[in-house]
Ligand binder design. Structure first.
Ligand code: GLA
Length: 719
């Protein structure tokens, strides 16, 4: 709801208020962000007009904006803290001062961002657009706020318009700025790398500290995810205030957190200033991506559930968001590059016999690719591996009753490829300098229209001629050797252009994003692809932390989770098939191993797992997640998923390392959450019955097997 009352602009969500005020000088100030407050004009509050040194202020002077919370702080005049944007104006200097001009409400609409993904309304959103301007330098800034009555979410973005007669150069422009009146918060962010994505970090903020959480690898979230939380020190899963910031963007991003000298806290999120530069000709606009801001007064668990619900309903566009996803087998860890049509058909047949529904052919099917050294860009079938062509292979799978899925790495080119030989100038590079190769490959220059068109065309040819149900879209290197400043943003726009074109042209295909595992797990990808490969690390124990931390922002329905062989190829660890399955159930389930090498007993267990994953998927996909015990803080990891109707429950508990055998009395208890306290729930395996209030208040004992990596699952139905 958007409420305009005198000089007060008030956004209300389900339980939140976000309040801005125009002061007597037409500066736009942030007044409150947090729990809902009444609708009234707050501009006469003495707080709004307070300053640090009022006695030394001449009547004609501007207020000292450095002591006020602001909506979109400008650089170079009355504000000395970190600005939300900086530019070289038409006069050749960098000073700017924005004044409030007007605002308008777009009822029932969500602001769209040209060329970039954004949240959508679904008839449920209103957008507030505020116009600010600096008439002296010819700059207009539009601030957009998409707000929903049903959610505690605000999606913010900004657009900068050059109204001057000469070009303006943007050095950076953040999507949002939120100024909090106090600084006693913790910063929670997600830092990782290949095989260890999204490591959860929690740091106390202190006065005078400016911190940046950024990723400049050109592909989004490799080292730092664009999701950051600001939490009260006492905030935990179930209690306390917490604010989330998540950028709908797959390129270089930055979140700046500044605790100033007056103990205020400023949080800004947007495209990373590193290597950014954008020239605006007279009359041109620059759009920032959108930052999805979320508020919870009931801990991080509620914040996560809010993001999950919101993304499933108002960000993810694929038809597959609420559809039953097929249980898949992926060829990568089972075969790598070494396969023939016959070996794959054998694997497919064995998988089909175990109830697996989709066969995904990973890397190695195209050009002359027998290792990582060639053929990226040549999206034509490998003739020696598929002498009868890919369509015929797909037909054989379909005849078996299996769907066919295919791996692509559309943004890349190998130096040893027909494509590179024909177009050596299509790679991201500076002409005079030899570009860096990673994994024997170059990045295609997606800032060029002709390159984007080639990629769309080459991938479409395969998707249009072979019966393909699923695509894994990979991206295996950093984007460097940028030919000009501001290149990375142009690259991101090219990436979105291709992804939009392909997902719209093939709406029935289930797309899964991937980036050397989970190196590009962000809402920009989710807007087009309903699921993302969470990590190349398929070790069940490592997956506890990776999936737990990923769930802080992203829904379980977005996480690819596979059972693989042991010893695990990434860690060497040996875990039971049961543990591998139990942990993978909390994601979009699949296998990534050579089933033909398994014993009959193992195959029977795989068949049971495939059937169970199919059965439990609607709950995992559509239910509410409760994290009951953290693998970052304890020797256990416990999660629980409850259906929206609270009548179906799945719980998984893992004790990582065994502890000494003692009486059952000392076994750990688990207390469930989110159940109907008045209902009776029945364990679908043992038939034991428990009241919802008992499960939530007393809890039940977990009797782990006495061994490392022991897991327990429990499924409950309301009686
Ligand atoms: C990346 C992906 C893997 C696999 C390989 C293929 O590493 O994350 O899942 O597809 O590429 O080369």
């Amino acid at each position: 709801m958007i409420l305009l009352n005198g000089n007060t602009i008030h956004l209300q969500g389900k339980t939140l208020s976000y309040v801005m005020i125009r002061n007597h000088e037409e500066d736009l100030l942030n007044y409150h962000f947090g729990a809902k407050i009444p609708d009234m004009d707050y501009s006469s509050d003495p707080d709004v007009n307070k300053e640090s040194f009022p006695f030394f202020r001449a009547p004609a002077e501007h207020p000292n904006l450095s002591s006020f919370p602001q909506e979109y702080p400008a650089y170079g005049r009355a504000e000395q803290r970190h600005p939300a944007f900086q530019l070289v104006n038409a006069l050749g200097n960098s000073i700017t001062a924005l004044k409030y001009k007007s605002c308008r409400v777009l009822e029932g609409q969500a602001a769209e961002i040209p060329g970039m993904p954004a949240v959508f309304s679904g008839g449920k959103a209103d957008t507030l657009e505020i116009t600010l301007s600096d008439d002296a330098i010819g700059l207009t800034v539009l601030l957009s706020y998409v707000v929903y009555d049903e959610y505690d979410i605000i999606a913010r973005s900004a657009a900068l318009i050059n109204d001057a007669q000469k070009p303006i150069v943007l050095r950076f422009a953040y999507s949002c700025c939120v100024d909090f009146p106090v600084h006693d918060y913790d910063l929670i962010h997600f830092c990782g790398d290949w095989g260890m994505e999204r490591g959860l970090q929690r740091t106390r903020l202190h006065k005078g500290m400016t911190t940046e959480i950024a990723d400049n690898t050109g592909r989004g979230s490799r080292w730092n995810n664009p999701f950051v939380m600001i939490a009260r020190p006492e905030t935990d899963e179930d209690h306390g205030e917490v604010f989330g910031f998540n950028l709908v963007y797959s390129g270089n991003h930055s979140t700046v957190v500044q605790c100033d000298h007056n103990s205020h806290l400023r949080v800004m999120q947007g495209v990373s200033p590193t290597s950014f530069r954008w020239e605006l000709q007279p009359g041109e606009l620059y759009h920032t991506p959108q930052s999805v801001i979320c508020y919870s007064a009931r801990g991080m668990g509620e914040l996560s559930r809010e993001y999950h619900r919101f993304y499933k309903n108002h960000l993810m566009r694929s038809k597959w968001v609420n559809r039953q996803r097929p249980i898949l087998v992926n060829s990568w860890e089972g075969a790598y590059f070494t396969f023939t049509e016959e070996t794959l058909l054998q694997l497919a047949k064995t998988s089909k016999d175990a109830g697996i529904e989709l066969f995904v052919l990973d890397d190695g099917w195209f050009g002359k690719r027998d290792d990582a050294k060639s053929s990226l860009g040549d999206w034509t079938v490998h003739p020696a591996k598929f002498p009868n062509g890919l369509a015929s292979f797909a037909e054989k799978l379909n005849a078996m009753g299996m769907l066919f899925g295919l791996w692509f790495e559309p943004e890349m080119v190998s130096p040893d490829s027909e494509l590179y030989r024909a177009h050596p100038d299509w790679v991201v590079r500076v002409p005079q300098i030899e570009p860096i190769q990673y994994r024997f490959q170059y990045v295609l220059d997606l800032s060029r229209d002709d390159v984007c068109e080639y990629v769309i065309d080459a991938v479409s040819k395969i998707l249009g001629s072979v019966n393909i149900a699923y695509v894994k879209w990979d991206m295996n290197r950093i984007v460097c050797d940028a030919p000009f400043e501001g290149y990375h943003h142009r690259y991101a726009l090219g990436y979105y252009r291709i992804m939009k074109a392909l997902t719209e042209a093939f709406p029935e295909i289930l797309f899964e994003g991937c980036c050397s595992g989970g190196g590009r797990f962000d809402p920009g990808v989710l807007a087009y692809m309903p699921q993302i490969w969470t990590s190349d690390n398929t070790d069940a124990v490592s997956r506890l932390k990776i999936q737990y931390a990923t769930s802080m922002c992203y829904p379980l329905s977005a996480m690819g989770a596979h059972v693989s062989a042991v010893p695990n190829h990434q860690t060497g660890r040996i875990t039971s098939l049961k543990a591998r399955g139990d942990i993978a159930y909390a994601g979009m389930f699949g296998f990534e191993l050579d089933l033909t090498k398994m014993t009959e007993e193992e195959k029977a267990e795989v068949a049971q797992q495939a059937a169970y994953a199919k059965h439990i998927q609607p709950l995992i996909r559509d239910g509410d997640l409760y994290r009951l015990r953290s693998p970052f803080e304890t020797n256990e990891c416990i999660w629980e998923v409850v259906s929206p109707e609270k009548d179906h429950v799945f719980m998984m508990a893992c004790r990582v390392l065994t502890v000494i055998m003692r009486s059952r009395y000392f076994d750990p208890k688990v207390r469930f959450r989110g159940l109907d306290p008045d209902a009776v729930y029945e364990d679908t395996v043992t038939g034991l019955r428990y009241s919802g209030s008992l499960l939530m208040n007393r809890g039940i004992t977990l009797s782990y097997e006495f061994k490392d990596f022991a897991t327990i699952t429990m499924e409950l139905r309301k009686v």
